[in-house]
Design a protein. Structure first.
Length: 250
């Protein structure tokens, strides 16, 4: 049983939870709910360590071989404000581009920075039946705690590919995948665009939008009409609208 918040293992987990560099260097990340744990295990993610606080844990399936920790320790290593008494360290994995699905809808995230938005997009992509989510940064921190939480486990169930922008564009062109870029100044409303077939829906950051490379590579530049005073939507909302329109017209 670990009772000291100054225990070296405790300090290591805190670094893992709070520092992107530590997650990238170690190839590890944490989950804190049974739902996340079940979905991660079902997707083939491996547990390296697990910690349970009996005073806080009310779940049904603690991982085998877990370490018991005191409540102060659990609250120290948990990222969530109201922890459920469980912190499990798992080994990260993503999908190589060559092994990613080619058919149907692929969602591409370009220069997105807010983990909560990324997690929400993953959740919607899973619900809409997207084949994969691709991120145009090779060293992207996929398993940020806020991404894991906002995705409600979709970060595990979806194939996620990290590759540079030029590689992704070349891959789509070679495969004949239609590139659909979402932009406020798109030439056609998304409800009127041909969203069917094998397509890559490319989403950029809310502030900067898509860079010239994606815009030039796009076969379609689509927009969402704004009818009020605001000139843009949250990127996760925009993504959900277009993804489910693609499902509707399929």
């Amino acid at each position: 049983m670990i009772t000291s918040v100054n225990n070296p293992r405790v300090k290591e987990i805190v670094r893992l939870q709070t520092k992107s560099s530590q997650r990238k260097r170690s190839g590890l990340f944490c989950v804190e709910t049974e739902r996340e744990l079940r979905r991660a295990i079902a997707a083939g993610f491996q547990i390296t360590d697990s910690y349970v606080c009996p005073e806080l844990y009310r779940g049904q399936m603690p991982p085998a071989g877990y370490t018991v920790v005191s409540e102060p320790v659990l609250r120290k290593i948990a990222y969530r404000e109201n922890p459920q008494g469980l912190v499990v360290v798992m080994r990260a994995k993503t999908t190589p581009l060559a092994q990613a699905p080619r058919d149907g809808m692929i969602v591409v995230l370009s220069a997105l920075e807010k983990p909560g938005n990324i997690g929400a997009i993953l959740r919607s992509a899973d619900a809409a039946g997207a084949g994969a989510v691709m991120i145009d940064q090779c060293d992207f921190d996929v398993f940020n705690p806020n991404t894991v939480r906002a995705s409600t486990g979709a970060v595990f169930s979806l194939p996620i590919v990290c590759a540079d922008r030029e590689t992704l564009i070349d891959c789509f062109k070679q495969r004949g995948t239609k590139i659909i870029a979402l932009s406020p100044d798109g030439s056609i409303d998304y409800t009127q665009a041909d969203l069917g077939g094998d397509a890559a829906l490319v989403l950029g950051a809310e502030a900067e939008g898509l860079d010239a490379a994606w815009r030039d590579a796009a076969d379609l530049l689509v927009r969402i009409a704004m009818r009020g005073t605001v000139d843009s939507l949250n990127v996760s909302v925009s993504a959900a609208l277009v993804m489910f329109e693609a499902v509707r017209v399929k």
